[in-house]
Write a protein that binds this ligand. Structure first.
Ligand code: ADP
Ligand code: ASP
Ligand code: MG
Length: 437
């Protein structure tokens, strides 16, 4: 079970979620917790000040954060023993955070600072469980989750380490660990990118082959469109692994972009549930395909489109390889691709090497770059045999200037590239056409 930032966002919420993860007689639960909501953002802000060599700015945020946490202690614990224990822990934590205000601030130190949110929340909740007499133990995610040279999780290590930790700590009902944080291939403290607690939960669930991976958040499952942008969205009760993976990757914030992969490979179903309404059905993500159904729409922001046009591409072989090698050289992955006889358009979301990439592409053709684009992705059982489904999606966007369309790459998505300024009306139009009535 993974609980996100809002689910552990106050002492009251911590008490409520503790009720959810107490297992039935004979069952054991592995619980992954995020930092309390807003904390990781504050830690990012602290790091920003320290990078800018402004320890005073950092100290102001640290002081505010410290006040906030100390105020939670009385509310969370009933006994003096656990209040004192937690106060001592928090004092050490904030002393540690302040120690980064001296000297030069490095990327390594930033990753350590960002890790403290989850370290604090898991300690607080574990102390609460122990005070309540629960058989709970806190395991450090830094001993369990590890990434490889390429930044991807090391599945073999994670499996072995999780098993070893369980063996070392037998006979507990509740195992708690931090989401998001890990060690990298050099053994340094690192993280799985923002929103990474979902990923931690799926990695551990897959490693342990649990019955189910539950992602508890502040909404009743995956909605058929982004509820922050479109009104009257509805929960989707079931998603095929591939559909959920596409929605997560293409911007449905409820799931970390790559968290579904390990669950899919291990065949462990993922259930999305709502801590504000624990009995609501939520969404189950499993290996079942609902034939001929369009499930949901999502949007991925900050996309750049690069078009390369060249008559040399006509009937030539090897042209696309040369183009793709340039992206490979700069470790920049491509999301969407469209080709014609004399041109190819691709999209990227990492602009770090854009200037170099464009410079090299100019050796092969005329290059045009469009920034501030957005990929809108329609997900469902969209195999070509389901006649008319892509037409419905295209009809929905008939009034919107679409820069690229991608269909047929997978059986589960059709993607439109539109200008960022058209994102909202594209999402609205798709909801109107695909899900109304
Ligand atoms: P947590 O802190 O629990 O990880 P997140 O804020 O990361 O929670 O994710 C939950 C939020 O994702 C919801 O409150 C909702 O605003 C947003 N969201 C975006 N797209 C969707 C979607 N398609 N379905 C459900 N929620 C979505
Ligand atoms: N606390 C981290 C973040 O805010 C990880 C997470 O919540 O999933 O990004
Ligand atoms: Mg999240």
């Amino acid at each position: 079970m993974k609980f996100g930032g809002t689910s552990v966002g106050s002492p009251q919420r911590m008490k409520e979620v503790a009720q959810i993860f107490c297992p039935k007689e004979g069952e054991q639960t592995f619980v992954v917790l995020s930092a309390m909501s807003g904390t990781t953002n504050s830690l990012v802000e602290i790091s920003d000040y320290l990078y800018k060599d402004n320890p005073e700015g950092a100290s102001t945020i640290i002081n505010k954060l410290e006040q906030k946490y100390f105020a939670h202690v009385d509310e969370l614990y009933a006994t003096e023993e656990y209040r004192q224990r937690t106060i001592q822990f928090l004092q050490e934590e904030f002393r540690y955070l302040r120690s980064f205000c001296k000297g030069k601030f490095t990327a390594n130190e930033e990753r350590i600072v960002l890790a403290q949110g989850e370290i604090i929340s898991t300690n607080m909740v574990t102390n609460y469980l122990l005070e309540q007499g629960k058989r709970a133990v806190l395991l450090s995610a830094l001993d369990i989750i590890r990434t490889q040279e390429n930044g991807e999780p090391d599945l073999v290590y994670i499996r072995k380490a999780t098993m070893a930790q369980l063996k070392e700590h037998p006979d507990y009902d509740i195992y708690i660990t931090q989401g998001f944080i890990c060690r990298n291939v050099k053994g340094e403290v690192d993280n799985l990118q923002r929103g990474g607690s979902d990923y931690t939960a799926c990695l551990i669930g897959a490693a342990l082959q649990t019955d189910e991976i539950q992602i508890w958040t502040d909404i009743d499952g995956m909605h058929n469109n982004d509820p922050r942008i479109v009104e009257h969205t509805e929960p989707v009760r079931q998603l095929y692994f591939e559909e959920a993976a596409e929605l997560a990757y293409f911007g449905a914030k409820i799931l970390h972009p790559t968290c579904i992969q390990p669950a899919k490979f291990a065949g462990v179903p993922v259930r999305l549930l709502n801590t504000m309404d624990p009995t609501a059905p939520g969404t189950i993500i499993n290996n079942e395909i609902q034939k001929g159904t369009i499930k949901a729409v999502a949007a991925k922001d900050n996309i750049t489109c690069i078009q390369i046009q060249s008559s040399r591409m006509l009937l030539a072989y090897g042209f696309l390889r040369k183009v793709f090698e340039i992206f490979e050289q700069y470790k920049t992955s491509i999301d969407m691709i469209c080709t014609s006889e004399v041109g190819v358009s691709v999209t990227i979301d990492n602009r770090a090497h854009l200037t170099d990439i464009v410079n090299e592409l100019k050796m092969y053709g005329t290059v045009e770059v469009d920034n501030d684009m957005c990929i809108v992705c329609v997900v469902g059982d969209l195999v070509s045999g389901n006649v008319g489904f892509e037409t419905r999606a295209c009809m929905a966007v008939k009034k919107i200037p679409v820069r690229m369309i991608s269909y047929g790459g997978s059986n589960y998505n059709i993607s439109f590239l539109v200008k960022a300024e058209d994102k909202k009306r594209t999402l609205q139009a798709l909801s109107e056409t695909l899900f109304k009535g």
